[in-house]
Design a protein. Sequence first.
Length: 572
Amino acid sequence: MKRGMTLRIFITLAMVAALLLPGAAGADPAQPSVVELGSDEVTVDPARFEGLALQATDPLGLVPGVDIVRLHSLGTDVIDVWTCGSVGATPDQIVAQLDAEVASYFQAHSRGRLTVDFVPKGTGPVIDRWPEDSACYQMAANNASPNANGVLLADAAWFGGLGGPGFGSSFPDNRRWAVVGYPQVFSMVAAHELGHTQSWPHSFTTVSGDDYDNALDLMSGNYGADGGGYGTWELPYDTAVINRYAAGWIDPDQVRIVGGAATSFTLQPSSGNGVQMGVIRSGSRYFTLGARTSSTYDPIPEIWEGVEVYEVTPCPEPEDQLFYCFGDPRFDMGLREHIPLGRVPFDPFDAAAYSKPLAHVISPGKSKTVAGRTVSVAAAANGAYTVSISQGAAFTDTSGHVFEGDIEWLANSGITKGCNPPANDEFCPDAVVTRGQMAAFLHRAVPGLPAGTATDFTDDNAHVFEADIEWLSATGVTKGCNPPANDRYCPEATVTRAQMAAFLHRALPGLTAGAATDFTDDNGSVFETDIEWLAATGVTKGCNPPANTRFCPDAPVTRGAMAAFLHRALAG
């Protein structure tokens, strides 16, 4: 069903998102009707993004399209409040409850960066159809406050809710709304649905068929009060740390991006100062670490305290794919997946589950493996935790690669920094080596070579590797790329295997050489002498194992192969 938005309703055990039509308002919340219809997220139709100059300005590269996510998460968010049907309370009374239990929640977790201003409006008929087609919604749209950013409709005929971010600044044009059942667990569900209006997604395990099987995230569960039951916890509790970062409530300098070396840092809960989120990258995904400590605005059982871990896969950056991600209910907030570590569903009907640690939380004094690394947690002062992470691979994209060991050596030797600055957590082992990169590799590998006067090449000015290129020419390792003039270096040109042999021969002439291999494909090459020298040193055996009768002089050198050549040449 699409009317400018996509509806996915999930009537669930974990969130009490049962949508009951009029006449069902008296249903027993402990025994809800269970009908699977989808999810409670109402997301923007992808067509509404057409022509939008989408900005992806997250400096850490964690949340694509972060400008959209932060449309209403900073400053003042004005939400009109209407009642639909007879709910037993006036809009003023409902706003008083929202101010005390929901506005204060967002104020606390945003650390004062978001103020939700609930405005009491009026009363309309009960919602008996798709909300945007209802008379109550139309009354709200026709009488919106001049500065309203969205609307919340409270309806006693609903048990649970629906909500979504809409698109744009002002209601009703942005169609940003939430419907929340009243009075059952009203504040808890209202905070959840308003989370959806901030683009916050669910964070479920994907294995139970339930969008709400994660008891620790406001957006994916509602654990029971007093050690059991379902849907009986009235007050909202904290959400996954990536949601707070996406909202702009955590600054980039409060995020610890974990590199390959072993490290340790103090992780603060949302009420603290300092590092609020840890991130361990692993290829195209990353893992988030967030502190959870029971408090007024995170009233979780003490047994669940510790460091929660989520596996996050962001959507691709290209705009067409990013639009799709924002328009698909599974991919809210530009994330393809947001999954608790271990993917162990929480069963709210299992009373024993409330007295056990959660699978995706590392309790103080415990350790878990995250992205192949050991993450250990110890309690610190004021609800914070000391997080210790074992040494890992220098890069996230080299695990299992044929040259993994050579690449690790190259990184540990300081010869490479990575291929994706500023993160530099990838090496791109199968990408080709450019002449500019070759200059940098050699400059870092053998910085003590005697140097004379550098050639002032015409094509390297302001290049990222200009200093390395000038050094390379001053040492005589290169003369240029356009003989006989040689006034250009061609920094973006690909290095062939034959050229690589020449670079290494000039840079490392003192390597011990034995008998050269008589390759069948280098006869008459301008680099034949360099190739034979390289083979005689043992740095290369050939390009066609096991015979290794050929060198493939015109083939490009990959970054992984270059790591191997340098490793053999410099470390023996």
